[in-house]
Write a protein that binds this ligand. Structure first.
Ligand code: UDP
Length: 488
């Protein structure tokens, strides 16, 4: 199914302008748009991706499109939802191969499937296009359809790739060989880092960093009542009286010992957030490194009694701290077929851990029925975490890193290329060299947890870095440049 999605974005440029540090940035953006619009000359910009919810791209598009519209660009969002599990298994495989993971043997059957679904989708998307449009296609799922349309119609086409690896491996070569023919018709491509540009796009690629919207439900400041209300509505804490936020009545579910899922009911479960917490929030994807993070946390907690290097305060912190691993309710996401499988692996690792540590780990499935509610829960969890972790084995660029950086929360990241672009180690957060080394994870968490002033200093620097580089305004400005350069 292909359908137009209204980029719902409740914030206008005037709202940003009323926030003191953002007003100058928005003024500059307005000026940039005024000089670029005559070049665009009324052409429509049509963005296509494969889901309207879940994951970084669906997160990026609404503010990007809404701001472009407000600046005078005729921008549309089309979602190509193919309910063909075999196709999404294949595109997930391509996604993993571009990250250097998986079986590189792609044969006739895979080519035929990709070609056939791309043709079908091109047909469906065609009716939304007019001559002169600029088509912007995100990631491998709709790439083939975009290529077909560029060949057939009088339009310009740009491919936006949100993933990548900084070196060539048999896996990346297999993925790019597979996609090469579809890369050909595009006028230009956009990557997140220069290291990710494959040879098939050499000489016609630009870099744009993904960015966040500082006033979205995911990122805006929360007053105490909003924070408490959000966590209470999600059954992550239990208030004594009624809460003052809308009653979403969508509790988060926790993995219970024995493998079932249920919202918290016991007083002890509600105490989760009344202790220091280390949190990772991501899609349930092996590349996000949930299992090794849990192993690192076990290593941190084990043998605390035997450690002689701890002050009373430090020991107390390590005894209290809990790990929260959260992600979207996997039944709600169509384009990520591995989610359930990966969550099951994590649950099995949880079942196998020492029982005394098990009670310090919460695996949480976040409700997805209301996007706003989900965003508020993620926001609240990132704000009330002592440390946010992104232990990705590979990461093109983690919005789950930018978001807590903006909130001033201390971060521990892996050394995946995308994360290295975001966090300057020792300045904006700490990085582990090997995301699968439980000992190193434990040691780095220990360094952060023992020193509150270090966490505060890292958080401050991180926030400034996001302000300077990774807010939506910079992204819109880069897109305006690129769109006008592509068509002129
Ligand atoms: N996210 C969310 N709810 C969840 C888990 C993740 O809203 O339960 C969001 C997260 O806050 C971030 C996006 O999904 O905005 C993930 O983007 P990222 O670039 O970190 O990773 P991707 O999923 O694109 O690999």
């Amino acid at each position: 199914m292909v359908h137009v999605v209204e980029p719902r974005h409740p914030v206008s440029l005037a709202d940003y302008e009323s926030v003191a540090p953002l007003s100058a940035t928005v003024r500059n953006l307005r000026q940039e748009a005024e000089s670029r619009l005559p070049v665009l000359d009324g052409r429509r910009v049509v963005m296509v991706n494969s889901t309207s919810h879940g994951g970084g791209v669906a997160e990026l598009l609404p503010p990007l499109l809404a701001l472009m519209r407000e600046l005078g660009v005729d921008a549309q969002w089309i979602v190509m939802e193919t309910h063909d599990p075999a196709f999404f298994r294949l595109t997930k495989r391509l996604h993993n191969l571009i990250h250097g993971i998986g079986d590189p043997a792609l044969g006739r059957a895979e080519h035929d499937l990709y070609e056939q679904v791309s043709l079908e989708n091109a047909d469906k998307i065609e009716k939304f296009l007019s001559p002169g449009d600029v088509l912007v296609v995100h990631d491998p799922q709709p790439m083939g359809a975009g290529a077909k349309l560029r060949e057939k119609l009088d339009i310009a086409a740009i491919w936006r790739c949100h993933i990548g690896l900084d070196r060539a491996t048999p896996q990346t070569r297999a993925a790019w060989d597979f996609l090469e023919g579809y890369a050909e018709p595009y006028d230009h491509a956009v990557f997140t880092a220069p290291e990710y540009i494959p040879t098939c796009f050499a000489g016609r690629a630009s870099i744009i960093h993904p960015a966040i919207d500082p006033l979205s439900y995911k990122n805006r400041n929360l007053s105490v009542h909003e924070l408490v209300g959000t966590l209470a509505n999600a059954a992550l804490i239990k208030p004594w009286g009624p809460v003052m936020t809308p009653p979403f009545a969508e509790p988060a579910e926790r993995l219970q010992p024995g493998g079932s899922w249920a919202p918290a009911t016991e007083p002890e479960d509600f105490g989760l957030l009344f202790r220091p917490i280390v949190t990772q929030i991501s899609r349930w994807d092996r590349l996000k490194g949930f299992v090794p993070l849990m192993e690192g946390f076990i290593a941190l907690k084990q043998d605390l009694e035997a450690r002689t290097d701890l002050s009373d305060e430090h020991r107390h912190m390590l005894q209290l701290v809990r790990l929260v691993l959260a992600g979207p309710d996997p039944t709600s996401i169509d384009d990520d077929p591995e989610g359930k499988e990966v969550l099951a692996e994590l649950c099995a690792a949880y079942e196998a851990m020492p029982p005394q540590i098990q009670s310090d780990v919460a695996i949480v499935s976040l409700p997805m029925a209301s996007k706003k509610n989900n965003a508020l829960i993620v926001n609240a969890l990132q704000r009330c975490s002592d440390v946010v972790v992104q232990n990705s084995l590979q990461e093109g660029f983690g919005l789950t890193v930018t978001e807590p950086m903006w909130k001033g929360t201390a971060l521990m990241g892996s050394s995946a290329v995308g994360i290295r672009q975001q966090i300057r180690p020792g300045l904006d957060g700490l990085l582990v060299k090997d995301a699968e080394d439980a000992g190193e994870i434990a040691k780095t968490l220990d360094t952060l947890l023992r020193d509150r002033s270090k966490r505060v200093a890292l958080g401050r620097s991180a926030q400034q870095r996001v302000y300077d580089q990774f807010l939506v305004f910079t992204q819109v400005q880069r897109w305006l440049e690129l769109l006008t350069n592509t068509i002129s």
